[in-house]
Structure formats: C-alpha cells, structure tokens
Design a protein around this ligand. Structure first.
Ligand SMILES: Cc1cc2nc3c(=O)[nH]c(=O)nc-3n(C[C@H](O)[C@H](O)[C@H](O)COP(=O)(O)OP(=O)(O)OC[C@H]3O[C@@H](n4cnc5c(N)ncnc54)[C@H](O)[C@@H]3O)c2cc1C
Length: 396
C-alpha cells in the first residue's frame, strides 16, 4: 500500500509489478486526479500548452491490477496494528485498512506567506489545481511579483513573462538559485532573466503583501519600503514535508538541519517495520554525516526502484545512482545538473556565451558536480568523472 498517489507512488507500483510482485497494490491519494507529473505545472501548463499531465493512461492501472483510491486522505498510521486510517471520499467515510508493506510518498506542501493567505491573486504552486488557478488569473493581469527565486520561482517568473505579464522576481539572497547552486551561477541565471525582461530584485526581502479594499492583492512591499505593483503574486519560498498523518505513529523524523522529513536508512526503511518512505518527503541517510532530503524528480524515481526491489524480495542490494541528476526549464534554456553541486563549493565557469554556460563544482579539488545551461552534451559527458573521485584540475 502507498500513501500518496504522485510520482513516487506510481513508479513504485510499476516497479513492483515488473519485479514480479503479485500481491494487491493500492495507492491512496488525497487529490482527485490519477497520478500526474508536476514539472510541467510551472512550464507548459502555465503557458497554456498542455493540460494532460497524467503519468500513466487509465488502462495501466487496470491491466496491472493497481487500485487507485483517489480523493481519499490517510490521517493516521498504526505500525503495531499494521493499519492506516483513510478518510473520504465522503465526509463520514472513515476506514481502517490493513497493509503488509507500507510506502509513504506524500510529497510536500508549499509554505504560505504569513498574513496573505486570504488575498485573491496570491498563489503557491504544487498541485494541478494550483496551476489552473494561477493560469486563470494570468489573463487580464499586467503585473506579477514572484517571491522567492528558487527553481519553481524562477520557472514561474519565466512562464509569466512569456505570457506577457511584467514580472518582478524578489529574492533575499544575493542572486536567484543562490541556495541551490551558489552565487556565481545565480548571477548568470539573474542575467538570463533580466535579458528576458524580468525585473530581478535580489538581496532584498518582502515585508508585506498588500491588499486592496476588495480583498485582492495590489502590491508587494519590500523591506526598504518600495512597493511593486502586483495583479498576481506567486509565493515560492519553499515547501514542508507532508507528515501530519504520522503524528503519534512512532515513525521517526529527520532533524530539521538535515532537511527534515521522514527519517530513513540508506534504502528507504523508516523506524517502523515494513514501512518505507520515498520521494520529496523522505530523508534517506546516504552514509554521510548529514541525512539528505532531495526534492527532485529523478531522485524520487530511483528511490521508488530501490524500495520496490526490497518489497518484491529482489536479490542483492539495489542502491540509488551515485550521480544524481536534475533539470529546470527557464525561458528557452534547460538548466541541468549532475552530481552533488553545493552552494559553498568552488565553482569553475568553463564556458559562457551570454546565454549558455557550463560550470564544474569542486570541493577540496575534487569534482562534485556539473551545471550547464543549454549544454546537455557536455553535462552528460561528465557523468563517468563524477562516478569516481576526479581532480577538477583534470577537466580545466
Ligand atoms: C511546479 C513543480 C515543478 C517541478 N519541476 C521539476 C523539474 O523541473 N525538475 C525536477 O527534477 N523536479 C521538479 N519538480 C519536483 C518533482 O515534481 C518532485 O520531486 C516529485 O513530484 C516528487 O514526487 P513524490 O511522489 O515524492 O511527491 P508528489 O508528486 O508531490 O506526490 C505526493 C502526493 O501525495 C498526496 N498526499 C499527501 N498527503 C496525503 C495523505 N495524507 N493521504 C493521501 N495522499 C496524500 C499529495 O496530494 C500528492 O498528490 C517540480 C515540482 C513542482 C511542484
């Protein structure tokens, strides 16, 4: 049984079946939709180019004997009784459902901007419904402020700009993506947004989202008192692992300084027997002193394969790839990263033509990652070098 019916859940179910697992599989999902893909939400869905983002066609679930319980929320887990409590779809429907193995794949909830939740025109972006609500506000909007220049904030700023809205991108760090990729690459990303018409306001925070008398957003006030007009505000200030249903279950959480979320060993086992966690909500210890919680698509897919292998009784240990990968699409550029690039690594920009760039990351002289924009070939070629300790000097 899987709690959550998103990317991790569907990949887990698929892997179980390909591994020959014949037991019943049930995915319980709080949203009313069959499992769908989130990366298009900030890109093609906002641009109005795509609406069908299901991960699998309906026949996949019937042909693979996978039961979807959609619009139903798990509100409690009892590892001693090996049951979950499921609420819905009706308000009075409450059921205790037994499991043999349980996989927790409940993802994240976006952080709200305190005090602005009630204002019309203020959005966060995690779900299909969020994307549709934001998209329907774009028509008729002239100005938007995106608060937070992480990956989702940068992608939304790009998509709104492409839809003809004048966008300000506000970020308290010195550059966009500074926390994920460091300031040297953040500077190049800021340059790309500025060149495409985004008003990038880095190094300054937001003090207030200002509403008008009708209860709609009017402006965003910055820490220096400046007001940016806003018909739309998108809040992209991070997300919180969805773990409320585990209160009282005894299942352990990872410390906040390691990213929080559900604490797991290196192959996804939680502190409770037969209970695993995967995807954005899971914090897998990878052998380094800090456990790691990663919010990327490929990571989720790999974790689903590792956990399915165990549940299906596969032989030998399957572990996640030594070279993680993620991407982000902004304007016409695909930013791709391999390895473990960190904001505090040494960054070596080896090519930059004003739009496309390539950079190596190193720590103590050893290559840790590569980040490229519009550089798929050179990024992918670095994969073997990242699989073994390689002096960065060999590549420069
Ligand atoms: C807008 C957006 C753009 C992205 N773009 C990229 C990208 O370009 N590149 C990249 O690498 N990654 C990207 N990602 C990240 C990627 O989509 C996630 O890493 C991936 O979706 C994680 O899958 P998951 O299964 O852990 O969680 P999710 O896909 O979030 O699925 C979790 C599901 O669990 C459900 N749920 C929660 N609590 C309960 C409960 N108590 N009971 C039942 N169901 C519950 C939720 O409703 C949700 O449907 C993006 C994410 C977003 C939101």
């Amino acid at each position: 049984m899987v709690v959550g019916a998103g990317l991790g859940a569907v990949r887990l179910a698929e892997n179980l079946r390909t591994n020959g697992h014949e037991e019943p599989i049930t995915l319980i999902g709080a949203e009313p939709y069959a499992p769908y893909d989130r990366p298009p939400l900030s890109k093609t869905v906002l641009l109005g180019k795509e609406d069908r983002v299901e991960l699998k066609p309906a026949e996949f679930y019937t042909e693979s004997s996978i039961t979807l319980r959609l619009g139903q929320r798990v509100t409690a887990v009892d590892p001693r009784a090996a049951t979950v409590t499921v609420h819905g779809p009706g308000t009075d429907d409450i059921e205790s459902v037994p499991y043999d193995d349980l996989v927790l794949a409940t993802g994240l909830a976006p952080r709200a901007f305190p005090g602005a939740e009630h204002l019309a025109g203020v959005h966060t972006l995690r779900t299909f419904d969020d994307a549709v609500a934001l998209r329907s506000d774009i028509d008729g909007a002239q100005t938007a402020v995106v608060i937070g220049a992480g990956f989702i904030g940068c992608e939304v700023a790009a998509s709104l700009t492409e839809r003809g809205v004048r966008v300000s991108l506000v970020e308290p760090a010195p550059t966009p993506l500074a926390q994920a990729l460091g300031e040297p690459i953040g500077t190049l990303v800021a340059r790309m947004h500025t060149a495409n018409g985004v008003d990038v306001r880095a190094g300054i925070g937001v003090s207030e989202i200002v509403g008008d008398d009708s209860g709609a957003v009017r402006a965003v006030r910055l820490a220096d008192g400046a007001e940016l007009p806003a018909d739309i505000v998108v809040v992209g200030i991070g997300s919180i692992p969805v773990t409320d249903y585990l209160e009282g279950s005894g299942i352990g959480f990872a410390p906040r300084e390691t990213g929080g979320g559900i604490a797991c060993d290196g192959v996804g086992k939680t502190s409770a027997p037969h209970v695993y966690a995967i995807g954005d909500v899971a914090n897998w210890a990878d052998g380094s002193p800090a456990a790691r919680r990663v919010e990327h698509w490929n990571h989720t897919v790999e974790q689903a394969a590792v956990v399915a292998h165990q549940i299906a009784g596969g032989e030998g240990a399957l572990i996640t790839a030594a070279v993680p990968y993620f991407w982000s699409d902004q304007f016409t550029v695909k930013i791709q990263a391999l390895g473990h690039p960190r904001a505090d690594d040494d960054v070596h920009i080896v090519s930059d033509d004003g739009t496309k760039f390539l950079a190596y990351y190193s720590r103590d002289g050893i290559l840790t990652g590569v980040v490229g924009a519009g550089k798929a070939g050179p990024v992918m070629k670095t994969r073997p070098k990242l699989a073994t300790p390689t002096p960065v000097a060999d590549l420069l």
